[in-house]
Design a protein around this ligand. Structure first.
Ligand SMILES: Nc1nc(=O)c2c([nH]1)NC[C@@H]1CN(c3ccc(C(=O)N[C@@H](CCC(=O)O)C(=O)O)cc3)CN21
Ligand SMILES: CC(C)C(=O)C(=O)O
Ligand SMILES: [Mg+2]
Length: 285
């Protein structure tokens, strides 16, 4: 675990020194505690919370109020780790002033350290304005889950020349506009490597191969908490769904068998008080 909380400056130093950046999502107090104690450099309060903890099929229903609510829980759980929060669908598309206002709410009300938003050159105005307000901004290109309905699913992006070049140029433009780092999601490994080599700011990959400056995963995926299928790019480092289901099963069995609770899980009462109480109750019946 890094001693001090990461900043935009130390993350850039890590890229220079070729030290990999470890990012992980967290959505509430316990996942934030686990991410921090486990040694993540950066915690992302991702809008994936809509799918992972709220049960929606996409990230589109997630609101600013949802993001603030979860960011507050995460910042209460991790004081030593940089916290980046996603701007949700439609919170930065309508106008640049609205984007700055919403980014500011994540900082002022949620206590996030930085914000992330999806998109390339079409959102440069918003990125610049948020940056000028003093709020660190992280970019996010490649697969942009908030575009799922236009993309026709959660699919790899940048396989052909035109889209690969578009993503490359978007990365350079985001760096120029003031982003301190960029997430590359679901792009071919060679494209992510090319982009990472041409940027001075760190890239953080998810489904983008080993050539990026850092990695990010959804914590429920890597812990094996989710019962849904796992995206191809994710790796399970635990089997928490199986472990937790087994624990619930043991509890259910013990309750049904009257094996739980035992004396150690209960509270005693003074014998005299109990006798007096029994007498009192007997007189009434
Ligand atoms: N649990 C979870 N993990 C994530 O990484 C994640 C979310 N949810 N929600 C928000 C986005 C959506 N993401 C996803 C979700 C699914 C695939 C997926 O199923 N990909 C297919 C390949 C599809 C194709 O290219 O045709 C795969 O097999 O992994 C990819 C990214 C990544 N993010
Ligand atoms: C998958 C990561 C990069 C994300 O944006 C999220 O968790 O919402
Ligand atoms: Mg997201």
């Amino acid at each position: 675990m890094t001693a001090a909380k990461a900043t935009t400056v130390t993350l850039r130093e890590m890229k220079k020194e070729q030290k990999k950046i470890v990012m992980l999502t967290a959505y509430d107090y316990p996942t934030a505690r686990v991410a921090e104690e486990g040694g993540a450099d950066v915690i992302l309060v991702g809008d994936s919370l809509g799918m992972v903890v709220l049960g929606y099929d996409t990230t589109l229903p997630v609101t600013m109020d949802d993001m603030i609510h979860h960011t507050k829980a995460v910042t209460r759980g991790s004081k030593q780790t940089m916290i980046v929060t996603d701007l949700p669908f439609l919170s930065y598309h309508i106008s640049t002033p609205e984007a700055v206002r919403n980014a500011g709410r994540l900082i002022q009300e949620g206590f996030a350290d930085a914000v992330k938003l999806e998109g390339g050159r079409e959102i440069l105005d918003q990125v610049q304005a948020i940056y000028r307000a003093g709020i660190p901004v992280m970019g996010h290109i490649g697969l942009q889950p908030q575009m799922v309905n236009q993309l026709g699913g959660f699919k790899v992006q940048g396989k052909d020349f035109d889209t690969a070049l578009r993503i490359f140029e978007d990365a350079l433009a985001l760096q120029e506009a003031g982003c301190f780092a960029i997430v590359l999601e679901c792009v071919p490994t060679p494209l992510a490597k090319l982009i990472s080599e041409h940027l001075t700011i760190p890239t953080i990959g998810i489904g983008a191969g080993e050539g990026t400056d850092g990695q990010v995963l959804v914590i429920h995926d890597m812990l094996g908490i989710t019962d849904k299928y796992l995206p191809k790019f994710a790796k399970k480092y635990g089997e928490m769904f199986t472990d937790m289901t087994a624990a619930v099963n043991s509890y259910a069995t013990e309750v049904r068998d009257s094996a739980f609770p035992t004396a150690q899980h209960g509270f005693k009462m003074n014998d005299e008080v109990l006798e007096k109480l029994q007498k009192e109750i007997n007189q009434r019946s």
